[in-house]
Design a protein around this ligand. Structure first.
Ligand code: NAD
Ligand code: TYD
Length: 349
């Protein structure tokens, strides 16, 4: 591979993938295409922005002409597609934006890659990054495997499911060299504080209420973002074309237990008395259509590609909390302006 396009590289997961690829593959040119929505932040990439093999292009994947133009000016050998609208609550408030970016944006990239590669698809890869949420909601038992039928329930997961189907359709119909992975909830540095962990970290720091939806009994399977980036590297280079890989942390938590663990971790870091932050927990109106449980069976990627999480959850959580406390400027810059309006609207009840 000589030149790779990474979309959504200014976002949470994308910035970790970029950092890994830019540092690990100095002879590969890496182009970061990002619209810089509210979730995109070039501050996430200051440590690699001057590297010779890195460049940034600001643009919208929904803009077909722009995407075609980018592919005709650059001969990309590979695409790693992360750009998306990614927050379930925002998809409930405004589904249309999700349809545009996640579905139309993906088909624009598929079409542009196909036109650019023509019949010469050997050694090319179009790698689509997806989520476990496409599989729907589990009860107490069972796990999502690669063959689990799709059953998305939120506008976000429906739009991601739709894009996954399109990527597979291009494999079967046009022989496009595609790969897909479906990952569980990520946590770590640089995550926008609309998602559970950074939102709670920010509120604990500021002694603000911790809004737990419903009874806090919904379950998520948490994976450290740098381990996701490592999995993406392994799949991109060694995964089989046309195949899907589930990625997960084998690390299930109810939301309430997770928030309590976070409170205890932060009490220590902030030198608060034990139990102080937990007093901030406030149960709020549940999310509409709130999926009960996600849990990934990551046996395939472990067996076939030798990937597994590298650190324990306790360690990852501690590193994450330390990062947010050390990088309070990053958080302050993000939580000024539009974030305040979003927060007021989302948590008005
Ligand atoms: P994010 O919201 O932090 O970042 C998304 C990035 O995409 C931002 O930089 C944004 O500016 C960019 N973007 C949005 N719309 C765009 C457009 N129209 N054109 C170009 N760029 C655009 O998201 P994330 O959490 O980093 O997720 C990245 C990918 O991973 C998504 O596809 C998401 O579905 C998937 N995923 C996320 C998780 C998770 O826990 N966060 C888990 C599994 C899969
Ligand atoms: P989130 O980080 O939005 O990820 P996802 O919905 O994609 O899994 O939410 C994780 C869990 O935390 C989910 O069950 C919803 C819950 N949650 C709260 O209880 N309070 C909050 O303020 C947020 C943002 C999420």
């Amino acid at each position: 591979m000589k030149k790779i396009l990474i979309t959504g590289g200014a976002g949470f997961i994308g910035s970790h993938v970029l950092r890994l690829f830019v540092n690990k593959y100095p002879y590969v040119e890496i182009v970061n295409l990002d619209k810089l929505t509210y979730a995109g932040n070039l501050e996430n990439l200051t440590d690699i922005e001057d590297k010779e093999n890195y460049s940034f292009v600001k643009g919208d994947i929904v803009d077909e002409e722009f995407v075609n133009d980018l592919f005709s000016k650059n001969k990309f050998d590979g695409v790693i597609h992360l750009a998306a609208e990614s927050h379930v609550d925002r998809s409930i408030a405004n589904p249309t934006e999700f349809i545009k970016t996640n579905i139309i944006g993906t088909i624009n990239l598929l079409n542009a890659a196909r036109a650019s590669w023509g019949d010469n698809m050997e050694d090319k890869i179009f790698y689509h990054i997806s989520t476990d949420e496409v599989y729907g909601s589990l009860g107490k038992e069972g796990f999502f495997v690669e063959e689990t039928p799709y059953d998305p329930r939120s506008p976000y997961s429906s739009s991601k499911a739709s894009s996954d189907h399109l990527v597979r359709a291009y494999f079967h119909t046009y022989g496009m060299p595609v790969k897909i992975s479906n990952c569980s909830n990520n946590y770590g540095a640089n995550q926008f504080p609309e998602k559970l962990l950074p939102l709670m970290i920010n509120n604990i720091t500021q002694n603000k209420p911790l809004p737990v939806y419903g009874e806090g009994l919904n379950i998520r399977d948490w994976l450290w973002v740098e381990d996701h980036a490592r999995a993406i590297d392994v799949i991109f280079h060694n995964g089989v074309l046309g195949e899907t890989y589930n990625i997960g942390g084998n690390n299930e938590w109810t939301n309430i237990d997770l928030v309590k663990l976070l409170c205890a971790t932060m009490d220590k870091k902030l030198n608060r008395t034990e139990g102080e932050s937990e007093k901030l927990i406030t149960y709020v109106t549940d999310r509409a259509g709130h999926d009960m449980r996600y849990a990934i069976d990551a046996t395939k990627i472990k067996r076939k590609l030798g990937w597994e999480p590298s650190i324990t959850f306790e360690k990852g959580l501690e590193l994450t909390v330390e990062w947010y406390l050390t990088n309070s400027d990053w958080l302050n810059n993000i939580t000024s302006g539009d974030y305040q309006n979003y927060y007021k609207q989302q948590y008005k009840n």
